[in-house]
Design a protein. Structure first.
Ligand code: GLU
Length: 469
């Protein structure tokens, strides 16, 4: 039997990291089992579904590199099929038309609430024979006795009393099918073998199983994933920071860092923290998913991101860094190759956004930080900058080693320690006090820009000295 899993988001906002984890688990399991992963867009909520949100799902999945084998299927394009199945259920007396008015249902609800009973439909239209010419919905005839039982792959055996489940609406009065019904028809027709989804759907599962059985279909296996919490123990939401997948991209995370972080939220393999995708495909098991909710820890995600920045091939990181550079309006052809920049900056930036922002001086104008200038570009700096400029102008080859030697020689001639020399040069060429080792910084910046900035900085140093006196 081929394993078939699906990711079935409702396009009603950005792609939440919790949904991304659901997608990842479904994707991993399909890959592990050499099965099929399906994308289904559950866009039946006309008021809340938007094209923009559909795009956010595609963008997020593409960025995370979670490719699907079938789909995307849109539920709104399958309305005819849902109605056919509803008609079949009506014909087989497994569903019925309900003509109860809103007023009657409201009164019923009020009465039940007052009696402290769980509000549920009382089956008033279940056996009625007449067909009034008034608006109606279609309700499923839920079994009235017994239990629904299933072995959840995460939570184990779950048992629900049929008496708790009322006759749910499967088609509304405007002919629109409802969520529990569309999911059933789709999971059946798309031959889904494993439904992996958030545990907010646990109470829907017995209803869906009942409908599947009424259709004569063997239900798939279910795995419900515990939710992701914020640091305060409440469900992860915007209050806790970024929750949209693409926001993590904007903040400078690598997709593999986010995936590695998400997979560990609720699943583990011993103490191992870092997993390549290939390893995950091998090691991931739905049954090893933890039952208790996991808390989102931004620090750990940042740590993982830094790890991937430092250890991934620069060519790979470069593609993502280029995106950030472009967002900052930087023309990367106007400076060092990103593959050279990345190893120089990897220790100094935990995100690619930070790396891009701290590297703009290599590709365009330098922005001088006032404090750095007043602290490091003083009278003492003038001879240092002048000597360095003279030494570097004479260099034939713009190579790290040669640059390093010039700096060292200037230090010896002026009897100054390297630290005393490096900071004024750094501020002179980068405008700030943080950059890669100074020889590498100058190498990356190139001869023309370096010499030009050393000259400008001498002017700045003289001017600041004059204004001090
Ligand atoms: N569309 C549902 C949601 O976004 C998921 C349905 C399912 O996985 O069964 O919550």
């Amino acid at each position: 039997m081929t394993v078939r899993t699906r990711f079935a988001p409702s396009p009603t906002g950005y792609l939440h990291v919790g949904s991304a984890r659901t997608a990842l688990y479904s994707w991993l399991y399909a890959r592990k089992m050499q099965g099929i992963f399906i994308l289904r867009i559950e866009d039946t909520d006309a008021e809340r579904s938007t094209q923009e949100s559909v795009q956010a799902i595609f963008d997020g999945m593409q960025w995370l590199n979670l490719g699907y084998d079938e789909g995307p299927f849109y539920q709104t394009k399958r309305y005819d099929r849902y109605r056919e199945v509803a008609d079949q259920l009506l014909k087989e007396d497994k569903a019925y038309r309900c003509y109860c008015t809103k007023e009657r249902l409201e009164a019923l609800r009020a009465e039940q609430t007052e009696k402290k009973e769980k509000p549920r439909y009382d089956g008033f239209c279940r056996n009625r024979q007449d067909h009034p010419n008034t608006p109606s919905v279609i309700r499923f005839k839920n079994p009235q006795g017994g239990v629904v039982e299933f072995d959840d792959l995460v939570f184990g055996k779950l048992v629900f009393n049929n008496q708790e489940l009322d006759d749910l609406i499967i088609v509304r009065s405007d002919n629109a099918p409802t969520y529990n019904f569309t999911v059933v028809v789709d999971d059946w027709e798309m031959k889904i073998t494993h439904v992996i989804r958030g545990d907010d759907h646990i109470n829907n599962t017995p209803r869906q199983i009942n409908i599947l059985r009424a259709l004569g279909v063997t239900p798939p296996l279910y795995a419900h994933l515990p939710m992701i919490l914020g640091s305060d123990g409440k469900r992860l939401s915007k209050r806790h920071g970024a929750v949209s997948v693409m926001q993590y991209r904007e903040e400078g995370f690598l997709p593999e860092a986010l995936l590695n972080y998400l997979v560990r939220l609720g699943w583990s393999h011993g103490d191992q923290e870092i997993f390549s995708i290939e390893e995950l495909v091998k090691l991931f098991e739905v049954k090893d998913v933890n039952r208790s909710p996991a808390a989102f820890n931004p620090e750990k995600l940042l740590w993982l991101n830094h790890h991937y920045i430092k250890t991934s091939p620069p060519e790979h990181v470069a593609a993502e860094l280029a995106w950030h550079m472009q967002r900052l309006g930087i023309d990367v052809s106007n400076g060092p190759a990103l593959t050279e920049l990345i190893p120089a900056m990897a220790e100094r930036a935990k995100t690619l956004k930070e790396m891009a922002e701290k590297s703009t001086y290599l590709y365009g104008d330098v922005q001088y930080n006032d404090e750095a200038v007043s602290q490091h570009l003083s009278a003492e700096a003038v001879p240092v900058l002048a000597a360095i400029q003279a030494g570097l102008s004479a260099l034939k080859d713009w190579q790290k080693e040669a640059i390093h030697e010039v700096i060292q020689q200037v230090g010896e001639t002026l009897a100054l320690k390297l630290g005393k020399i490096a900071q004024p040069i750094r501020v002179a060429v980068s405008g700030n006090t943080m950059s890669p080792p100074i020889d590498i910084t100058l190498f990356l910046l190139g001869r023309a820009r370096t010499l030009e900035r050393l000259a400008v900085a001498q002017g700045l140093a003289e001017k600041s000295e004059a204004s001090r006196q």
